[in-house]
Design a protein around this ligand. Structure first.
Ligand SMILES: *Cc1c(COP(=O)(O)O)cnc(C)c1O
Length: 355
C-alpha cells in the first residue's frame, strides 16, 4: 500500500531522488563503481561536493563572502561549534529559547561562556514565538531556532541586532523565501528537509571567524573546514550526494519561490481543517504556526482509538506527536505532496462523520 510519510525526521524525500540515489549506490555515473566505494578526492566526488555547495548558494541567493560547508555531527554538534567559534574569551551570547532544540543549544553554549536567555516561550510549553523582547547590546552573537520541529512554531520575523545572528534552520531551510543575508551563520541537519541523516549544512560569513582569541581543535574549527573545501577529513559522501540530488530537484521545480507556494498551500488546507473541525485543536498560536510541522490534539481523548484506526487504514505514517506535546504532528516538508495532506484532511473529516 502507498504510504503517506509525515515523519518529523529523518523525513520524506522525493521518490526520484531516492531512485537516483539507489542507482548510484550500485553504479555511480557509469563508473561501474559504487558512489560509496570511491575516493572522496576523486574527480567524480569532488564534483558532487562542488555542485552541492553551489546549489546551496544559488537557491538561497547568497552573495560573495559566505562559505558553505557539509560537516558531520548533526545540528547537535553545531550547538557547541557555534559557541566555540563565535563566543569570545570572556564573551557573552544571547539566546531565544523556543523549545527543546534551543534549550540544548543554550546548555552547550554555557560551557563556553556567559549566556543570556533574553526571551523564552517556556511559560506556555513553547506554543508561541516570543515577541516584544529587547535584544541586549554587546553580545558576541544572538542565536535563534527558526522552526521548532517539536512544537510546530516558526519565526516569521527575526531579531534585529547589531550582534551576529546565528540560526538553527534544521527543519525549515529551503522551505520559504527569506533574506538569508540577515544571518551570519546558519546550520541545519540534513535529515529534516534536505537529505539523509549524516551531514550538516553550515553557511557562514567568512569575516566573522577567527576573532575569539580561543584555540579551537581543528575538527571543531570552521576555518579548517573552509580551507579544505569540506574535505578536512572524509566527508559523509552518501548524505552529501543525496542532499545534492534533493537540491537539484528543488531547483528544477522552480527553487524556493515555487516550493514556498506549495508549502503554503499544504499548510493552509491542514490548518483550515484543524480550525474548522470541532474534534481537533491546534497546538501552536495561530500567528506563529509552522509551515513544516503541524501540531494538533484531539479535543476529546476518547476519540483516539477511532482516529488512529482511520489514518492507519489509509497508509498514513509518522504523525504521532512528540512526547512533550502529545497529540499529533504532521510534518509536511518540501517533498510531501499536497495529495498526502489531503488524505489526512479526509480522515479528519471521516472521523467527524463517524462520531
Ligand atoms: C532535529 C533537530 C536538531 C537536531 O539535529 P541532529 O542532526 O539530530 O543533531 C536540532 N535542531 C532542530 C531545530 C531540529 O529539528
Amino acid at each position: 500500500m502507498k504510504k503517506h510519510n509525515f515523519s518529523a525526521g529523518p523525513c520524506i524525500l522525493p521518490q526520484e531522488v531516492l531512485k537516483k540515489a539507489a542507482d548510484a549506490v550500485i553504479n555511480f555515473n557509469g563508473l561501474n563503481l559504487s558512489l560509496i566505494e570511491i575516493s572522496h578526492r576523486s574527480k567524480e566526488f569532488v564534483e558532487v561536493m562542488e555542485n552541492a555547495r553551489s546549489l546551496v548558494k544559488e537557491l538561497l541567493n547568497l552573495p560573495e563572502g559566505y562559505s558553505v560547508l557539509f560537516l558531520q555531527g548533526g545540528a547537535s554538534l553545531e550547538f557547541l561549534m557555534t559557541a566555540y567559534n563565535l563566543m569570545k574569551v570572556d564573551g557573552k551570547a544571547g539566546y531565544i529559547d523556543t523549545g527543546a532544540w534551543s534549550s540544548k543549544a543554550i546548555k552547550e553554549a554555557k560551557l563556553f561562556g556567559d549566556v543570556e536567555v533574553f526571551a523564552s516561550s517556556k511559560d506556555k510549553t513553547f506554543n508561541y514565538i516570543p515577541k516584544n523582547y529587547s535584544v541586549p547590546s554587546g553580545l558576541d552573537y544572538v542565536h535563534v531556532t527558526s522552526n521548532n520541529t517539536i512544537y510546530g512554531t516558526q519565526f516569521k520575523e527575526f531579531p534585529k541586532t547589531d550582534s551576529l545572528l546565528v540560526c538553527d534552520m534544521s527543519s525549515d531551510i529551503f522551505s520559504r523565501q527569506l533574506d538569508f543575508t540577515q544571518f551570519d551563520l546558519i546550520y541545519a541537519g540534513a535529515q529534516k528537509n534536505m537529505g539523509p541523516a549524516g551531514t550538516t549544512l553550515v553557511i557562514v560569513k567568512d569575516e566573522i571567524l577567527g576573532k575569539t582569541g580561543r584555540t579551537i581543535p581543528a575538527m571543531l574549527d570552521y576555518q579548517s573546514h573552509i580551507k579544505s573545501d569540506s574535505m578536512f577529513n572524509t566527508p559523509a559522501v552518501f548524505p552529501v550526494y543525496v542532499s545534492m540530488l534533493t537540491l537539484q530537484w528543488l531547483k528544477d521545480l522552480g527553487g524556493i519561490p515555487a516550493i514556498e507556494k506549495l508549502n503554503e498551500a499544504k499548510a493552509a488546507i491542514l490548518y483550515a481543517e484543524i480550525d474548522r473541525n470541532p474534534l481537533f485543536n491546534g497546538f501552536a498560536e495561530k500567528e506563529d504556526r509552522s509551515l513544516m510541522n503541524v501540531t494538533f490534539t484531539l479535543a476529546n481523548e476518547d476519540h483516539k482509538e477511532a482516529f488512529d484506526k482511520l489514518w492507519n487504514a489509509v497508509g498514513i505514517s509518522g504523525i504521532k506527536g512528540h512526547r512533550s506535546v502529545g497529540g499529533y504532528r504532521a510534518s509536511i516538508y518540501n517533498a510531501m505532496p499536497i495529495e498526502s495532506v489531503q488524505v489526512l484532511v479526509d480522515v479528519m473529516q471521516q472521523l467527524e462523520k463517524e462520531i
